[in-house]
Design a protein around this ligand. Sequence first.
Ligand code: SF4
Length: 468
Amino acid sequence: MFTDITIDDFQQQIIDQGHEVEAWARRCFPGGVLVESKREQAVIDTQAFLEAGEKIIFQATFQTNGGYAMIDVLHWEDNLGGWVISEVKGTTSKDVKKSEHVDDAAFQRWVMQQAGYEVKQVNLLELDKEFRKDGDINPQLLIKFTDITAEIDARQSDLEIQIQSAKDLLAKTEEPRVCECVYKSRSNQCPCFSYCHPEVPDYSVHDICRIGLSKKKLREMVDNDWLEITDIPLEFKLSPNQTNHVHTTITGDPIIRSGKIQQALETIEYPIYFLDYETWPTAVPAFEGCYPFQQVPFQYSLHVLREPGGELEHTEFLHTENSSPMPHLVKQLRAEIGDTGSVIVWNKKFEGKCHEDLAEAFPEMAEFLHGLNNRFFDLMEIFSKQYYVHPDFRGSSSIKYALPVICPELSYADLNVQNGGAACKTWKQMIFDTEDTTKAAQMADDLRAYCKLDTLAMVRIWEALLQI
Ligand code: SF4
C-alpha cells in the first residue's frame, strides 16, 4: 500500500540538488547515453545499449535474482579491461555518510555481477569541498572521484545478509510494523515514520532534547511502551537537560533561572545590533569564489538600539538582481554596523560561518567581519543552556518555539514566508524564475517581512528576558 508523503521545501531542495550534481557528474563522461525509461523497460533499453557496444551508460539498469539496480554511470575502462560503476551523491567529499554510499554502490555491483557482468572498480562521485568557482566550471575539478572497491569487498558478506533479509521482508504479505526507526530521535527518522508507526504520537519521547545521544535510554522507553513524555516515571534517569525538559512537560511548570539570564544579558553592550541572515545554499556554486553548499547570504535584517531607552531603528538588505549578493551585502553591512557594541544573533554558528566565508571572499573586510563574530551575543544560548525551559518549547531552542511563549503578540502565522527554507525558495524564484515584476515585488516584500520579524522577535525576547 502506498501513501502520500508531503515533501517540504527543504526536502525538495535536497532532491533538486541531487539532480544538479548528477547532471554535472555526467559531464565528466562525454559521449554517454542515457537510459530514459523506467522499470522493466529500462532493463531492456540497457541491454540494447550494451549490445550496440555503448561504453558509457547513464542510469544503466539491471534486474536479476530478486535485485533491481540503477547505476548512475556505468563505463567500460580499457585500462582495467572491464566495467566501472560510478555512484553519484549530492554530498561533499567531507561528509560522513560514506558508509551508506558504499552500501548503495555495493548493492549495484552485486546485481550487475548476478546478471553476469564483471565489475572491475566502483567509484564514489561527490562534490569536492575544496572546489572554488573561478570562471566556467570544470566538471573534472568540481567532482571528486574516490575508488571504494576495497571497502565494498570488505562488506561483501554483510551485504549478502542484508539482501537476504530484504528479500524475506518483501516476501511477507503483511506490512512490517517493527523497524529500528522507532529507536531513533525525531530528526533521524524516515519521512514516512508516522505512517509506519501510527502508535507514536506527533510529540513523544523521541522529541526529548538530545535523546539521539542517549540511544539506550530511548530504547528502554520505547520497549517499556512509554511513548508520551508524560508516561516516563519520575525516577527514570536521564541527563540533567533531558530531565528538565521532561519535568516541565509533566508538571507544566517552566524553569526560569533568572540569575543566570541576567548575568548573561549584562555582558551585552550598546549600541546593540540584532542581526539575521537568509541564505541560499547551492550544491554547485553559482557565484565566483564560492564552494559547494556554501550558504550565500542574500538578505539581512538589522534592528539597532543605540542607547538604553533609545528609539529602535530598522534597516535591511535584500539582493534583487541575478548576480552575487555578497559584495553588495558586505558593503552595506559595513556602513550600517559600527565598530563597537554587541551583535545579537540567534545561533551564532550560522551567522559566524557566513562572516568567515565573506571574510575569505573579501579579505579587505576580514577584520570587520571577524570582529563581528567576536562581538556576538547568541540569544539562543539562553534556551539551549536551559536558563529558560518551558513545556511549550518542546525541548527546542528554536526562536519559532520561544516567540509564541514569550511574545505571543508577534507571530509568523500571517506571513507568506514563514521559515528559512521558504525564504530560500522564494528568493530563488524571484531571481531566476519570475518575469512578472508585480509578482517579484510581492516576493521581495514577503522576504523583507519575514526577515524583519526574525530580528524584531529577538528584540522583543531580549526585552522580555530583561524583565524576568
Ligand atoms: S519508518 Fe522507515 S525504516 Fe521504518 S518501516 Fe517505515 S520506512 Fe522502513
